[in-house]
Design a protein around this ligand. Structure first.
Ligand code: PLP
Length: 418
């Protein structure tokens, strides 16, 4: 059963200073997650998590992760600027972008970030842009086809479609890219791939690691390049549904270690560092969207209208994604009502839940929408003139800090030419 990290009493107290809707994050949970990841990969001396900034681009969060030893994975100009302002520099920054504008490569290079090239043509684009190629460089691999794991009667445990994805280089292009980069002066090489998203399987990272380790051994033999790190990227998922079970990061770490000992160590590549770029796994369960029930409507279905909408969390509207909902104070009440929980956008997809069994909801009840800590606030938008909410931090001592204030109409109007 999913339990919120917030009680009704806490939420009522917070609502006095910060009206709903707001996103709130659990510092204790974030630190615990970062520590469990670092400990799962503690066997690898060079291990580092580069938190995927796009999942939660909030300085208050990035600074906590920095204290836990994480770097950041950026994919745009403003993410690089935010990383710099938060005190990240040099090899603490990974720059994994695609269709990259020249000015972004320039800033990444100035910051000393590790640049992860998405395409073969970017090798010469980078050299023309910078006048050189960095000594340390990474290339993104796309093996094509479909990627599947764990076939059973119910289907595959993991299935995704690299062959349909716009990212990364083909296998022959990797050889060309490494060869060319070496000619241009690169000395230290990394290899990266992202093959499946939100995987609920302890096998995903180990399977990906085997592919990347074998490819790294081949590339090192073919090109003589010194490969010093393998970046397993993101994709380790979380159980959004209460009946799903969570990944065990310690088991995942040991699975990658086994692949490392089977493939890299015998090839004499036992100095390779493992990097990750997890976003969802690090933050999603450690964030809630908190909202108040403001209207009820009884037509062909039973509706509960809340003060949050898809502009605060768009995953249900665009992916039909499930997000669990708890009515605070009614955690143990029977779920004997069935509701559509909806926001106020003039869009019928603005539904946080459809036909969801929940306890009876009264107007003024506070609802927690779970697992919104990653790809939640950050995907928000201003459709219907809706304003972005505040982001709060529930600190380890139980106090609450403001990390980002709510937008005001002035913010919304600020870019307009009247
Ligand atoms: C989005 C992204 C991530 C993070 O993905 P999660 O699913 O949140 O783990 C990591 N690396 C790259 C390059 C990405 O685009």
């Amino acid at each position: 059963m999913k339990r919120p990290f917030l009680t009704l009493e806490q939420a009522r107290e917070i609502r006095k200073s910060y009206p709903t809707p707001f996103h709130i994050y659990d510092e204790k949970g974030i630190r615990a997650t970062a520590r469990s990841l670092n400990s799962a990969f503690g066997w690898n001396p060079g291990f580092r998590e580069y938190f995927a900034v796009k999942a939660t681009p909030t300085p208050g969060i990035l600074k906590i992760l920095k204290q836990e030893g994480c770097g950041v994975d950026c994919s745009s100009l403003t993410e690089l600027m935010m990383a710099q302002k938060c005190g990240f520099s040099g090899r603490e920054i990974m720059f994994s972008s695609n269709e990259t504008p020249a000015e972004e490569f320039r800033l990444a290079d100035q910051l000393g970030a590790i640049i992860n090239l998405d395409d073969l043509t970017h090798v010469d684009f980078l050299r023309e842009t910078l006048g050189h190629v960095p000594e340390t460089i990474c290339c993104r691999y796309n093996p094509g086809g479909t990627f599947t794991l764990g076939e059973s009667k119910e289907g595959f445990q993991v299935m995704d479609n690299p062959g349909q994805a716009k990212y990364g280089m083909t296998r022959p292009q990797l050889t060309q890219a490494y060869t060319r980069l070496k000619e241009l002066g690169a000395k230290e090489f990394g290899l990266h791939a992202f093959l499946a998203s939100n995987t609920i399987s302890n096998e995903y990272y180990p399977a990906l690691a085997r592919i990347l380790f074998e490819t790294a051994v081949e590339l090192s033999r073919e090109t003589g390049c010194h490969i010093t790190f393998i970046n397993l990227s993101g994709g380790v998922g979380i159980p959004y549904r209460p009946e799903q079970s969570a990944n065990d990061i310690a088991v995942i770490g040991q699975g990658v270690r086994k692949a490392y000992e089977d493939i890299l160590v015998p090839a004499g590549m036992d100095d390779v560092a493992i990097f990750t770029e997890l976003g969802r796994f690090m933050l999603a369960p450690n964030g809630h969207l908190v909202t108040t029930a403001v209207h009820e409507k009884h037509i062909y279905k039973e509706y509960i209208g809340v003060d949050a909408c898809a502009a605060n969390l768009m995953r249900p509207a665009i992916y039909g994604a499930y997000h669990h909902i708890t009515v605070l104070g009614k955690e143990d009440a029977p779920c004997d009502h069935v509701y559509d929980v909806v926001g106020s956008l003039c869009e019928n997809s603005d539904k946080f839940a459809i036909d969801r069994p929940l306890p009876k909801i009264e107007m003024g009840d506070i609802l927690v929408i779970h697992d919104t800590g990653a790809h939640g606030f950050s995907m928000g938008y201003n459709y219907n003139g809706k304003l972005r909410s505040a982001e709060l931090l529930l600190k380890e001592d139980g106090s609450v800090a403001l990390m980002r204030r709510a937008e005001t109409p002035e913010d919304y109007f600020a870019t307009l030419v009247w």
